[in-house]
Design a protein around this ligand. Structure first.
Ligand SMILES: [Mg+2]
Length: 307
């Protein structure tokens, strides 16, 4: 499973926000078994915790000294990073206007104090389940169905994001275009079922060669894969490309229609640049594609690199 998908074995992250210690302790006691719990005792702390841990659900006290719960909610909803975190407001008994305002601000639910453990548990579980399901759907929508690596849509999103990051931080960004050699011949010779199996195996080998959690391997289309390495200079990128070739080679997949040792091999084009404000991220891919073309021209099963 790709690193950016959350595994079901991971506990949901619950953020408890209340300016009264006793309330936090009560809630903590209720959820400490099934959740990873984070706590904040002010609006400011809550915002900070959200940036740091990106909780799956927030139980947010409305009335707090300084920044109140409503203001915290407003700010979270303004930030694309935190706007999808579901919020349950914890309000005083009978404070209907607080509830109305909370729902208008985008809260998913509210709970009245004093806390009734059965009600709180039921509400929290419902919203954690909904959150998990929507995360899963989003993850699946961004996966390549055949190989299980990221798909083109996810890649395009990530490329745009990393390009902006490189532009902001003036850091080098590397990209690979990776192509399975003589893959059409493979399909013609072994059939499409074996072709699919081959794609899956190669994807697995390529992914095994990528170590850092923020590097991204994706299926670009057909037998072509693409890889993004933020904050990586050309030499570093070539090392990863060499590791990819070694991992594919280690599979020892038979390919009797290939002219290269009758084994499945890949050609890789590597390019590195610092993002600029004039070009779009497409120039990085075009450069990697030119290098891939050079690798094919040079006899395949090799790496070519340049900017
Ligand atoms: Mg309070």
């Amino acid at each position: 499973m790709p690193h950016w998908m959350k595994g079901p074995q991971e506990k949901p992250k619950l953020l408890l926000v209340d300016d009264q210690r006793i309330n936090i302790l009560t809630l903590h006691e209720l959820f400490r078994e099934e959740c990873d719990i984070f706590m904040a005792m002010s609006g400011e702390q809550a915002l900070e915790a959200c940036q740091k841990v990106l909780p799956d659900l927030i139980l947010l006290d409305v009335h707090m000294e300084g920044m109140d719960g409503h203001e915290v909610c407003r700010r979270l909803k303004k930030d694309p990073k935190t706007r999808d975190i579901p919020i349950i407001f914890v309000t005083a008994q009978g404070a209907e206007e607080d509830e109305v305002l909370g729902l208008e601000l985008g809260a998913v639910d509210f709970i009245a104090k004093p806390i009734n453990p059965v009600i709180v548990k039921a509400r929290v579980n419902t919203h954690l389940t909904l959150k998990y399901q929507s995360d899963m759907l989003r993850s699946i929508a961004l996966l390549d169905g055949l190989t299980g690596v990221a798909n083109r849509r996810r890649f395009d999103e990530e490329l745009a994001r990393i390009w902006r990051q490189s532009l902001r931080e003036k850091t080098e960004l590397s990209a690979f275009m990776i192509d399975i050699d003589y893959f059409k011949r493979y399909n013609d010779h072994y059939g499409h079922m074996r072709g699919d199996t081959c794609l899956r195996s190669v994807a697995g080998a390529l992914e095994a060669a990528v170590n850092r959690p923020y590097d991204l391997l994706a299926r670009y289309g057909g037998e072509e894969f693409v890889c993004l390495l933020p904050n990586t200079h050309l030499r570093g990128a070539v090392v990863v490309a060499e590791r990819m070739q070694a991992c594919v080679q280690a599979l020892q997949l038979e390919h009797s229609a290939s002219e290269i040792g009758q084994r499945v091999t890949v050609s890789i084009g590597v390019s590195t640049m610092i993002a600029n404000a004039i070009d779009g991220p497409q120039v990085l891919l075009e450069a990697a594609d030119r290098q891939l073309y050079q690798a094919k021209q040079a006899g395949r099963a090799c790496i070519r690199s340049g900017s």
